[in-house]
Design a protein around this ligand. Sequence first.
Ligand code: ZN
Ligand code: FE
Length: 240
Amino acid sequence: MISVHPVPILSDNYAWLLRDAPSGAVAIVDPAEAGPVIAAIEAAGGRLDLILLTHHHADHVAGTDAVRARFGARVAGARADAHRLPALDLALAEGDRLALGAAQARVLETPGHTRGHIAFFFDTPAILICGDTLFSLGCGRLLEGTAAEMFASLRKFAALPAETLVCCGHEYTASNARFARHADPDNAALAAYAETVRHRRAAGQATVPSRLADELACNPFLRAADVATLADLRARKDRF
Ligand code: ZN
Ligand code: FE
């Protein structure tokens, strides 16, 4: 049984602390800033087994070597991007599985934001670690990939259980909500969810993890019916 907590780092990034209660095994996702990540791991008991990397951008990987040096954890990331990630102990591809204590994660290749982007899906309970592929009410910019690749990546997420907790790489939800309301003005579920987001931010709370069910009801990028619709949305969001 895994618990998951966001660790706010940099200006609007989240590292994610995952802990398997029965074994005490701990993983950290995308430790781009060593100080607050090390403090969070110490507060959770000072044990670290795994460092999971979603993609090569500095705002996701920059603290990796400092965190590894402190705790001696194994580093897991995409085999396809091994040449531009910190040194990997586990080089991963689609369908690979990795263990965190008694829990298991499945690796999903999710290109679009970057070519070698990967996501991790834990199924007890359902937790999706999706980096900069899917955001709450948004999706990542197409910096290296195509709209067709991003569409296929988002389809993989849409097929996961509705109760899945979506753990993304940034607190972008409030600004994403403004574009989503503009793009899908008649969506009542989105209007209500945007209010929830506004209240959480006003109270200084994180808006993530979100629930996949809410993203499926409210996120225009996840709801796009085809590649052309997604490409159009992404282009309009880039200019919004
Ligand atoms: Zn990125
Ligand atoms: Fe990022």
